[in-house]
Design a binder for this molecule. Structure first.
Ligand code: PM9
Length: 461
């Protein structure tokens, strides 16, 4: 008789509403990817089968959130839903003041303009595309102070998102604390592969920053996912709730930018939150220029309600276990098949190592861009380049940045796809891996000025 060796967990929800998927033929995809300039951002959603482009705004909301949408108080000023959101941000993140924004980059724009003086440095645990751009537009210069392991796809470090305290201190000693606008801390670190930062490191960064009167701006976009990793990997936290961990994480910062489109299970929304009243005053004033009145920040009342309700749902251990567990399932299957991916497996996505797929390609032949196109051609699965195209150009020299990581991200929207979709994905990636030998790269034929990965166009070599 067979014995059961493990007891599985399953998603803590059942499905009530579905959306049909359209499948296409390889011949159709040959045409659509060419029309899209071999850039998956330029594909039409209708031509995509399983959409793993991003986990941003692509989440499935719960019935509780949808019910909340009907309770939208669409007043121009002082919406009920704003006060509900403010309460939830205070309760779960701990910040006293809230400025809603239409999404994360709205908050990044505000904080960059408020805190950066032209010529100042902004260290951070690896760059993020929109974050760095807003820092540069405000006259700042980003400096990467993440640990070296983060740039190595196979280094098995449990907290690859950690700041290298020595690098941070060296920068302070080199340029002087007054030349540092603030330090940005991402959790988890998207571009490193969805890698977490430890509580110990967060605390140490805050101590070092505070000692030098440098503010810490926390990118809380996926902080709940980070809290899950802290609970799993940092002994002192194994018996704490996600909520307790999140509150402590945020306590090691002065302000937070948030894209609610990730952790918070909504399709649109974000915020800037802080404890400092002076920063709040300025943000509240500036938000009316860029987003909308300070009690809606570019969002409808119903969007704020969905986000307030999302905060509570997203912070549940069972939700995070299923969400991160799904990513882990795909990652482990790919590892078993010998497909090179970033290790350890991160929180929101699997990152394929395009340099190992295509050692025959120079980085300027865009291996990751090529791999994302090949995957789409094979099965209609849409992924995202996270390599040299995303890294962009050095503002001062005009040359490309040449990141060590040349990756393709398979990003899992929350509560959207089933294990069968995951299996189909694994099989397609494996097929592309097996057919890797004769693949040729791409050349860029159109390059937009800002965040080029969104709209650049390519041709086959
Ligand atoms: N992240 C993502 O797909 C969406 C746009 S970039 C391709 O990963 C962090 C860590 C993010 C992030 C967006 C933002 C900006 C800030 N920080 O997209 O403006 O991952 O809401 O947030 C994307 P918004």
């Amino acid at each position: 008789m067979e014995t059961i060796k493990r007891r599985s967990w399953a998603e803590p929800f059942k499905i009530k509403s579905v959306e049909p998927l359209r499948m296409t033929t390889r011949e159709e995809r040959e045409l659509t990817i060419k029309e899209a300039g071999f850039n998956t951002f330029l594909l039409k959603s209708r031509d995509v089968y399983i959409d793993l482009l991003t986990d941003s705004g692509t989440n499935a909301m719960s019935d509780f959130q949808w019910a909340g949408m009907m309770l939208g108080d669409e007043a121009y000023a002082g919406s009920e839903n704003y006060y509900h959101l403010e309460d939830k941000v205070k309760e779960f993140y701990g910040y006293t003041h809230l400025v809603p924004t239409h999404q994360g980059r709205g908050a990044e724009n505000l904080i960059s303009q408020i805190l950066i003086k032209p010529g100042q440095y902004v260290p951070g645990n690896m760059y993020f595309t929109t974050t760095r751009l807003h820092q540069e537009l405000a006259g700042g210069k980003f400096v990467d102070v993440i640990i070296d392991e983060a740039h190595d796809p196979i280094a098995e470090h449990p907290f690859k998102g950690n700041v290298d305290l020595q690098k941070f201190e060296n920068l302070i000693n080199k340029v002087g604390a007054e030349k540092i606008a603030y330090i940005t801390i991402g959790a988890t670190v998207n571009m490193a592969g969805g890698q977490p930062i430890s509580m110990e490191n967060l605390r140490a960064v805050y101590q070092l920053a505070s000692k030098n009167k440098i503010k810490v701006v926390f990118d809380a976009t996926r902080a709940m996912e980070n809290a899950f990793f802290i609970k799993k990997r940092e002994k002192a936290y194994e018996n704490k709730t996600i909520k307790e961990i999140l509150l402590e994480m945020c306590s090691y910062s002065d302000a937070a930018t948030m894209s609610g489109k990730k952790d918070l299970l909504v399709n649109i929304g974000g915020f800037l939150a802080m404890n400092d009243y002076e920063i709040f005053e300025e943000a509240r004033n500036m938000v009316v220029v860029y987003e909308g009145l300070h009690t809606y920040g570019g969002l409808a009342g119903r969007d704020m309600e969905a986000m307030a309700r999302g905060i509570e749902e997203a912070c549940q251990f069972n939700h995070l276990q299923a969400r991160i567990g799904q990513v882990e399932y795909v990652g482990n299957r790919l590892i078993e098949l010998g497909v090179p991916i970033v290790r350890p497996i991160g929180g929101h996505a699997i990152f394929l190592d395009a340099k190992q797929f295509y050692p025959q390609l120079e980085q300027l032949n865009f291996p990751a861009q090529t791999l994302a196109a090949e995957l789409y051609l094979d099965s209609g699965i849409r992924a995202m380049e996270r390599g040299i195209v995303s890294a962009g150009r050095n503002k001062e020299t005009g040359d490309h940045y040449y990141p060590k990581l040349e990756l393709v991200r398979l990003t899992f929207p929350r509560r959207v796809y089933t294990q069968a979709h995951c299996d189909v994905t694994v099989e397609s990636v494996f097929e592309v891996w097996q057919n890797r030998k004769n693949v040729k790269g791409l050349k860029m034929i159109y390059e937009p000025k800002y965040l080029r990965f969104f709209q650049a166009r390519f041709e086959k070599l």
